[in-house]
Design a protein around this ligand. Structure first.
Ligand code: TXA
Ligand code: MG
Length: 325
C-alpha cells in the first residue's frame, strides 16, 4: 500500500483539523474533502482539482441536525426526501445561513448539502467538529474516482492522505435536487431517479439549460471524461466504429464478432444498478489500455439507464468551449 492510502480515520481526522485536504470514500464516489470553515483548505481543493471558482462545493454533514445551522429554510418536499434518503446518495440545494462562506457557494445564496452513507466517512464526520466540503476527487472534467487507487492515480503525493473505503457501492454521483419557486427541480440525476423521488413528493421539474438559465450541477457538456476519445452509440451501430485498437464497453453481452479481450462488460446479469457501480471503474481501466477509441453501448432507455447514458454522453462530448473559467 502506498504512503498516502490509509485505513486510519484518526489520521484523516487529524489532517483535516490541521487544515489539510484528504480524500474520503462515500457510497457514491470518492471526495476531496476539507474543513468548510477553513479558507485555505477550500482554496487547496479548488487548486488541486483545477476547478473554476464559479463551480460551488457540496457540503457533507453527519446528520440532518448538523445541516440545520447551515440553512435558513428547509422546504417541505426537500425535507421529506432528506428524511427518507439520508444518509444516502441525495444532495439538496437549500438557502444558506451566514455560517456558510460565500467562497464555497460561488457567491450563491444556496448551499448543496448531503449526509453520506459510507461507514468510514460517517465515523470521520462524528470525530471532527466541522462539516466537510467535498467535490468528487478528480481533476475538473475527468472521471470520478470509485476506488482509492483512482484518487492516487490523479493526485499522487499532492494530497497527504486517502482514506481507503474500498469500492464505492453506488458508483455514480449523488442526485441533486432543489426548488424552483414552489416546484422541486432536479439538477443532476443519480441512482435515486426522478420517478422514485416523485413517488414520495409529487411532480418534479427536470433541469433544462434553455429554461433554467443557471449553469449548475454537473451541467457542463464535457464531464466525467476519459482521456481516450469516446463514442456512445446503440449496440447495432458499434461495428461501424470498431477497429483493431478499439476498446468496447458493452452492457451485458459481448459482441460475437469482436475479440473478447477488447470488450468490457458492465453487468453480466443485466442489472442497471450493477452497471452504475461498475461504470467508472471500467472507464478508468479502459482509459489506461492505450486504445485509440473507446466505444460504449447505450444502455436501455429507462430511468437508471438514462442516467448512465447521460454520464456517458458527457464522457464522449468534445464540447469544452463553453466551460466558464
Ligand atoms: O455524490 C456526490 O455528490 C459526490 C460525493 C463526493 O459526495 N460529490 C460530487 O461533487 O459529485 P461535485 O463537486 O463533483 O459535483 C457537485 C455538483 C457540481 O456540479 C456543483 O456545481 C454543484 O454540485 N453544486 C455544489 N454546490 C452548489 C450550489 N450551492 N449551487 C448550485 N450547484 C451546486
Ligand atoms: Mg465532480
Amino acid at each position: 500500500m502506498s504512503k498516502t492510502i490509509t485505513n486510519s480515520i484518526d489520521k484523516a481526522a487529524a489532517l483535516l483539523v490541521a487544515g489539510e485536504v484528504v480524500a474520503i470514500p462515500t457510497e457514491t464516489v470518492y471526495g476531496l474533502a476539507g474543513n468548510l470553515f477553513n479558507p485555505s483548505a477550500v482554496e487547496k481543493i479548488y487548486t488541486l482539482k483545477n476547478r473554476p471558482r464559479n463551480n460551488p462545493l457540496i457540503v457533507h454533514v453527519k446528520d440532518m441536525e448538523a445541516a440545520l445551522p447551515l440553512i435558513t429554510e428547509f422546504p417541505k418536499p426537500l425535507q421529506q426526501l432528506a428524511e427518507k434518503y439520508w444518509p444516502g446518495p441525495l444532495t439538496v440545494l437549500l438557502k444558506k445561513s451566514k455560517l456558510v462562506p460565500d467562497s464555497i457557494t460561488a457567491g450563491s445564496d444556496f448551499v448543496a448539502i448531503r449526509v453520506p452513507a459510507h461507514p468510514l466517512t460517517k465515523q470521520l464526520l462524528e470525530q471532527i467538529p466541522f462539516p466537510l466540503v467535498a467535490p468528487s476527487a478528480n481533476p475538473f472534467t475527468r472521471i470520478s474516482p470509485t476506488k482509492a487507487e483512482h484518487v492516487e492515480h490523479y493526485f499522487g503525493d499532492s494530497i497527504p492522505c486517502i482514506l481507503d473505503g474500498g469500492s464505492c457501492s453506488v458508483g455514480l454521483e449523488s442526485t441533486i435536487i432543489g426548488m424552483n419557486n414552489n416546484t422541486p427541480l432536479l439538477y443532476r440525476e443519480g441512482v435515486l431517479g426522478k420517478l422514485l423521488l416523485e413517488s414520495l413528493i409529487g411532480p418534479i421539474e427536470k433541469f433544462n439549460s434553455q429554461k433554467n438559465a443557471i449553469l449548475t450541477p454537473g451541467q457542463w457538456p464535457r464531464h466525467y471524461a476519459p482521456l481516450t476519445k469516446t463514442i456512445l452509440c446503440k449496440r447495432e451501430e458499434i461495428m461501424l466504429h470498431v477497429k483493431d485498437n478499439t476498446g468496447i464497453i458493452v452492457y451485458k453481452e459481448p459482441l460475437l464478432s469482436v475479440n473478447t479481450n477488447q470488450q468490457h462488460i458492465l453487468s453480466e446479469t443485466g442489472s442497471l444498478v450493477e452497471a452504475a457501480k461498475n461504470l467508472y471503474q471500467i472507464l478508468h481501466h479502459v482509459d489506461k489500455q492505450k486504445y485509440e477509441t473507446i466505444i460504449c453501448e447505450m444502455l436501455p432507455q429507462e430511468e437508471l439507464g438514462n442516467t448512465i447514458n447521460d454520464r456517458l454522453k458527457r464522457a464522449s462530448s468534445s464540447e469544452i468551449d463553453n466551460i466558464p473559467q
